[in-house]
Design a protein around this ligand. Sequence first.
Ligand code: SAM
Length: 336
Amino acid sequence: MADLPPDRIVELGTGFWGAKVLLSAVELGVFSTLAKGPLDGETLRARLGVHPRSARDFFDALVALGMLGRERDRYTNTPETDLFLDRAKPSYMGGLLEMLNFRLYGFWGSLTEALRTGQPQNEAKSGGGNLFDALYSDPARLRLFLQAMTGVSLGAARAMAQKFPWKNYRTFIDIGAAQGGLPVQVALAHPHLTGGGFDLPVVGPIFGEYVASFGLADRLRFQPGDFFTDPLPRADVLVMGHILHDWDLDEKRTLLRKAHTALDTGGALIVYEAIIDDDRRRNAFGLLMSLNMLIETRGGFDYTGADCAGWMREVGFRETSVVHLVGNDSMVVGIK
Ligand SMILES: C[S@@+](CC[C@H](N)C(=O)[O-])C[C@H]1O[C@@H](n2cnc3c(N)ncnc32)[C@H](O)[C@@H]1O
């Protein structure tokens, strides 16, 4: 037998074990509890209401996975988990992990069925609507999803605030802005900009609350609307983050055409998400995200930078470029 260890296969096959330990830790409040100070295992166990049988394995697994520290029998958050997974901090991005835990962890169990049938496996499986009809019929799920989006987009939003030439523009609108994670980061970094977010009316109060918590309510306004039935708002720059991948190719083209119509000559459209590398072999996260769109939507899929730039040129953008943002995320910029 070749001297080839099967470790990578085993590691990938059991990957959901580590993922679920992290998701359960967020659900149980491990990081929010330890944000108040280090605790010994027994005190932490009792505070969380965890059974004695596996508490030590659970906490030490989190240590081994790099999500907790342990010093002289006392558990601590790492600097990273303290910043991002303590519910009491504005930097909390656990909404994403909460959504993964409550929704997608279960739905992904039906991936094989999705691959065989091409049909979504989320709430829409039992009802007729799209992902957003299903999510937004329950106010708690709506809030969780919108907060999760801020977690997904925070890194890309900060990178975009630095990497796009905002000084050349005065106004911007994030189309499908969710809680407003991106407009907040861009407005914080560029005090000369005004703009806001366009999204379904039900999102308005949650956007308003988040923007106000950064003291930006005078510069960032919410514009309610439906991007398929209403015209898109006019601005120097329009942004679409994690929008196009929710929809099929005709719907993607419709949204790009509407953005082109809403811009003046010289205006810019920025499309950003986990843009797949043109060779479709390196950005595993982007490819897995596309499979997530199979689970979540009727026709959505992720795409390469070359795909997106091609669609942009088809609807009339004269210049396009693909710029890496951070990690798996890139932006495709189209200039009218
Ligand atoms: C996947 S989220 C992306 C949020 C945000 N842009 C980001 O990247 O973090 C998609 C957003 O599109 C919005 N949306 C869905 N259908 C819409 C429609 N028909 N008109 C306007 N917004 C819509 C949703 O409410 C949601 O905020």
